[in-house]
Ligand binder design. Structure first.
Ligand code: PAF
Length: 278
C-alpha cells in the first residue's frame, strides 16, 4: 500500500495505473469497521482502491469539535492495508487549501433542514472538499455510508450538478452489537456515556414501532421527546420523520414509499447522528 501526502505524488501514481478502475473512499480517519466495510466493497468491485484521510477544517462549524476530532493515521493505515486498500492520500490542510476557497456551494433545501440547519456552512465545506478529492483521484466509483444520510443526498446533488463521471455506492450503517452506529466520534465517549449511547438506536426502533402501530407523526415525536427527557444525559437536537428519497418531512407513513427516521443528539459532549430506514 502506498501512502502519499501530496496531490502531485498521488496523481502521478494513479496515472501510472492507467486503464485500472478506481474505487474511492473519502474519510476523515479514526477508522472503524464501518469504513473498512466500504474499503472491502471497493476492493471487491475495482482494480484499485484509494482512501483519503483528511480532517477537513472547512466543514467544522465548531472549532472545539475540530480540535477534538481523533487523529490516528498509523492505526488507520494498518487497518487499510489489511482490508486491501492500495493507495492512501493523507494531505495536510496547506496541501488541500494553499488558498482558502472563495467558491460557495449551496445545496438548497438540504441546507435548511437537520444537519444543514444545525451546522451552518457544513455542507459547503463537505461539497468543496469532496469535489476537490474527486478531481484529484478521478474515481469510477465512490463509497459512502448510509449513516450520514443527508451527506449522501448532498453528494448525490454534487455528482449530478457538476456532472462527475462516477457512480456513488451507498453502504448500510454498521452497528456495534448493542445497536450503536459505528462512528469515529464514539471513541470520545466516556464509559458512562458509551453505556447510554445505544438509547439512540432504541429511540429509532421505538419510533418505527409506534408508527407501524398507527400513531401519528406528532404523537411519535412527542413520545420521543418524553423518552429523552427521562434520560437527562442526552440533549436531543432533532428527531425527524421524513421521506427516504427527498428527506422532506412527511405527515404520515405510507406502504408506497420508504420512511427515514433521523436523529442528532449530544451525549457527554459528543454529537452523535443516526438514522433508520423502513
Ligand atoms: O463523512 C466524512 O468523513 C466527511 O464528511 C468526508 C466525506 C470525508 C468529507 O470530509
Amino acid at each position: 500500500m502506498e501512502v502519499f501526502d501530496t496531490i502531485n505524488e498521488t496523481q502521478k501514481h494513479l496515472k501510472s495505473s492507467q486503464n485500472k478502475t478506481i474505487g474511492f473512499v473519502p474519510t476523515m480517519g479514526a477508522l472503524h469497521h464501518g469504513h473498512i466495510a466500504l474499503i472491502k466493497k471497493s476492493f471487491a468491485e475495482n482494480d484499485l482502491t484509494v482512501c483519503s484521510i483528511f480532517v477537513n477544517p472547512t466543514q467544522f462549524n465548531n472549532p472545539e469539535d475540530l480540535k477534538k476530532y481523533p487523529r490516528t493515521l498509523d492505526e488507520d493505515c494498518k487497518m487499510l492495508e489489511e482490508a486491501g486498500c492500495d493507495v492512501v492520500f493523507a494531505p495536510t490542510a496547506e496541501e488541500m487549501y494553499p488558498n482558502l476557497p472563495q467558491i460557495k456551494l449551496n445545496f438548497g433545501y438540504l441546507e435548511e433542514i437537520m444537519e444543514g440547519k444545525f451546522r451552518p456552512g457544513h455542507f459547503n465545506g463537505v461539497g468543496i472538499v469532496v469535489a476537490k478529492l474527486f478531481h484529484i483521484v478521478k474515481p469510477n466509483k465512490t463509497y459512502f455510508g448510509q449513516k450520514d444520510i443527508q451527506q449522501v443526498a448532498v453528494i448525490n446533488r454534487l455528482i449530478k450538478d457538476f456532472s462527475f463521471d462516477l457512480e456513488m455506492i451507498v453502504c448500510d450503517t454498521i452497528r456495534e452489537n448493542d445497536g450503536l452506529a459505528m462512528s469515529s466520534r464514539n471513541r470520545r465517549l466516556s464509559d458512562e456515556a458509551r453505556a447510554m449511547a445505544p438509547k439512540i438506536y432504541e429511540s429509532l426502533k421505538l419510533g418505527e414501532k409506534l408508527l407501524l402501530a398507527g400513531e401519528s407523526i406528532e404523537s411519535v415525536k412527542s413520545k420521543i421527546s418524553d423518552f429523552y427527557r427521562t434520560y437527562s444525559e442526552f440533549e436531543l437536537e432533532y428527531y425527524e420523520i421524513t421521506d427516504f428519497e427527498s428527506l422532506e418531512s412527511i405527515s404520515k407513513i405510507s406502504p408506497e414509499r420508504k420512511t427515514a427516521i433521523i436523529i442528532a443528539a449530544h451525549l457527554g459532549g459528543v454529537r452523535l447522528i443516526d438514522n433508520y430506514i423502513f
